[in-house]
Design a protein around this ligand. Sequence first.
Ligand SMILES: Cc1ncc(COP(=O)(O)O)c(C=O)c1O
Length: 413
Amino acid sequence: MLQPFSAARRLEQVRYDIRGPLHARAGELEAEGHHITRLHIGNPALFGFEAPAHLRAAISARLPEAEAYCHQQGLAVAREAVAKVQADRGVIGAHPDQVYIGNGVSELIDLSLRAMIEPGDEVLVPAPDYPLWSAAVLLNGGRPVYYPCPPERDGLPDPEQLEALIGPRTRALVLINPNNPTGAVYPKELLQRLVQLAERFGLVIFSDEIYEGLTFDDAVFHPVAPLVRDTLCVTLSGLSKVHRACGYRAGWLAISGLLRPAREFLNGLNLLAALRLCSNVPAQWAVVAALQGPDTHTELVREGGRLQQSRAAVLEAVSSSSYLQCAPPQGAIYAFPGVDPLRYPEFDDQRFAMQLLEDKHILVVPGSSFNVPYRNHFRITLLPDAQVMHRALADIDSVLQQQLAPAKADAAA
Ligand SMILES: Cc1ncc(COP(=O)(O)O)c(C=O)c1O
């Protein structure tokens, strides 16, 4: 008879709170008939966004041709489309042979780290991070070493602080730009300094650019690959956010920079890609359409655009709140507000998120889920329209009032 058994030990350190216990509780409340405002996840279709029509049309038109496994790296046309984007950005040697199409960036993060990490290798990961990066490092036997990107520096890293974390086991530097959860967009000078560090210490750069092009106000997104000469650069992006088609599960990975010393790693990556046979083929036709077709995202982030208005609603609510503070997100689709830890040392992000869910049926992600040592933040997505954001932020403020006002009165007494 089957005896009770535990999950693999290596899962013990792995968390993904975006779909953790709060998310499970939200599901129970929904089953009881409550409507939950799901601010916890960047899932565009939940908030009325649709994939651009030319992506859908490409899949429909090519469906009959999408029934066989394709090359392990992806359809040649899709890889050519990615390589052209890279070449147009000035990436030297951009080539379809150096492109992999995957079932979302998620799969490619795991594949590429699995092909590289030896037990005990260290990977520099931003804190806060998108927690899949930490999970994939840990699951592959590595150790995430966090470089701080704190709210007081608008979510930007300090290259000197980062350099001090580099040791003999450090293998790679992960960048998430534009950043989830902070919305930071890395200035070119900062990227240049980080590239210099990676080149000097022989670190592979992994740049997760899934929010490329989603920038607000005057922020400009700079891809890192064109800046890299003397080390290996792995750029990741996909259809999920900019093209609002996360259900298609399509992403890509493009390798550039110094390839020769990485030959064995590249063979390993190819082997892992072959072991999973190939990426979802119908969605690869949408990759071609997305990269060759019209821009459908800039209108969302410019003045008056849907995401820009939601962002404005959040920032307005933050500025009129007695509790909240938030560095204005420069890009991506999230805000990462918090409360002043000195004024409200008793604030606990998990307790706050749970009360918000129980009392107001709003689901957010506690900041500590993003591998930071502080517990005074939470993440919300900017995807709902401005009206929903206004209402949600008013509810958030009233829960903060309940949790923090009595303590403040006590402190004053
Ligand atoms: C920074 C970042 N990287 C990767 C992913 C995963 O993307 P995909 O849907 O392509 O697997 C996400 C999803 O939210 C993300 O925020």
